[in-house]
Design a protein around this ligand. Structure first.
Ligand code: IPM
Ligand code: MN
Length: 360
């Protein structure tokens, strides 16, 4: 297969983990005889510094022309504590999601047997937990009408506003994605909302109740988000597929990622109306920049998801096998290394995996 890949490494640890992701991408392509053409493009703080825009038009065009985007992470502390900054690196990510129509964010929450002890939860609660969170990604508060903090003369103080807005077609298409995944898995879909309080959630629930009739083979249940966040740590094995709106999905997937032991292990895919994007779910970890300690596995597993998206299951499986083997061989970055074990760097873990793939 010929694949054109847009490579957006972004900020801080982004370029370091991306280097390993791209090395794995090529190693697998060589092994299976695929032609991969990578085009790098700017995004995030990096792009603000160079061209004043966190998602420049040129980057958009590179993404549009590609078959897939491999994305690392954006964000830089110099923007974090400045609420009045005019442009922020994260706006680049949001612009990419909107412009590429990436309405479905697929975040699999899987546990690795050998890392269960790293979870803050008891082994018996977390072992075997395996669910997918389908997060709506181009609607809700992230993109609804906003008003930045400003003086409101009428009430004599500052105010600000975000609007949690959804239309029926937006809800329908993400629920369809949820059902698609549920049908391929254990046929259990949990719709997470806050329908006891929020009007937007009542739209979600109304649409979901109608659609559930079309999928009698899937068990559809409904859970308020506060309850879901509790259930996720009490009994994560309850879940198979979760579908939820943008903000709830953002929060729940951070929670989900940490129950598995390390955030550095989880990849994600975002799909929609244009080029799909594959990226780790963790952020840009500024404190680790340049230290060669960031875990490249989430980036590498994002490459597996990329191959699988194009129906290249064997390629994806080989990457997953290599990642499992590296963990079993204790070739691990510091945050997941066993006590007293040698700590491997980002580069060394990546190189070990590339080598495994070549020899496989
Ligand atoms: C994520 C991130 C982003 C989000 C930030 C960086 C804008 O936290 O992908 O979950 O809130 O969506
Ligand atoms: Mn997040």
């Amino acid at each position: 297969m010929d694949l054109k890949i847009a490579v957006l490494a972004g900020d801080c640890i982004g370029p370091e983990i991306m280097e390993q992701g791209v090395a794995v991408l090529h190693a697998v392509a060589d092994k299976f005889g695929h032609q991969i053409t990578c085009t790098e493009a700017l995004c995030g703080a990096h792009a603000i510094d160079e061209v004043g825009d966190p998602f420049p038009q040129e980057t958009f065009e590179v993404c549009q022309a590609a078959d897939a985007v491999l994305f690392a992470s954006v964000g830089d502390p110099k923007y974090d504590n400045n609420p009045s900054a005019k442009v922020r690196p994260e706006q680049g990510l949001l612009a990419m999601r909107k412009k590429l129509g990436l309405f479905a964010n697929i975040r699999p929450i899987t546990t690795f047997k050998c890392l269960v002890h790293k979870s803050p939860l008891k082994d018996e609660i977390v072992s075997g937990a395996d669910f997918v969170c389908i997060r709506e990604l181009t609607g809700g508060m992230y993109f609804g009408k906003k008003q930045e903090p400003a003086m409101n003369a009428e009430i004599g103080t500052e105010d600000a506003l975000d609007t949690n807005y959804y239309t029926r077609p937006e809800v329908e298409r993400i629920l369809e994605t949820g059902y698609k995944y549920a049908l391929q898995r254990k046929k259990h879909l949990t719709v997470v909302d806050k329908a006891n309080v929020l009007a937007s959630s009542r739209l979600w629930r109304k649409v979901a109740q109608e659609m559930s009739v079309k999928y009698p083979e899937v068990l559809t249940d409904y859970m308020y988000v506060d309850n879901a966040s509790m259930r996720m740590i009490q009994d994560p094995k309850f879940f198979d597929v979760i579908v939820t709106e943008n903000t709830f999905g953002d929060i729940l997937t951070d929670e989900g990622s940490c129950i598995t032991g390390s955030m550095g292990l989880l990849p994600s895919a975002s799909t929609g109306t244009s080029t799909p994007v594959f990226e780790p779910i963790h952020g840009s970890w500024p404190q680790a920049k340049g230290l060669n300690i960031a875990n490249p596995l989430a980036q590498i597993l994002s490459v597996a998801m990329l191959y699988e998206y194009f129906g290249l299951q064997e390629e994806g499986a080989l990457i997953r096998q290599a990642v499992d083997a590296s963990l079993d061989a204790n070739i691990r970055t510091p945050e997941i290394q066993v006590e007293g074990g040698a700590k491997y760097g980002t580069k060394e873990v990546g190189a070990w995996i590339v080598d495994y793939i070549k020899k496989a």
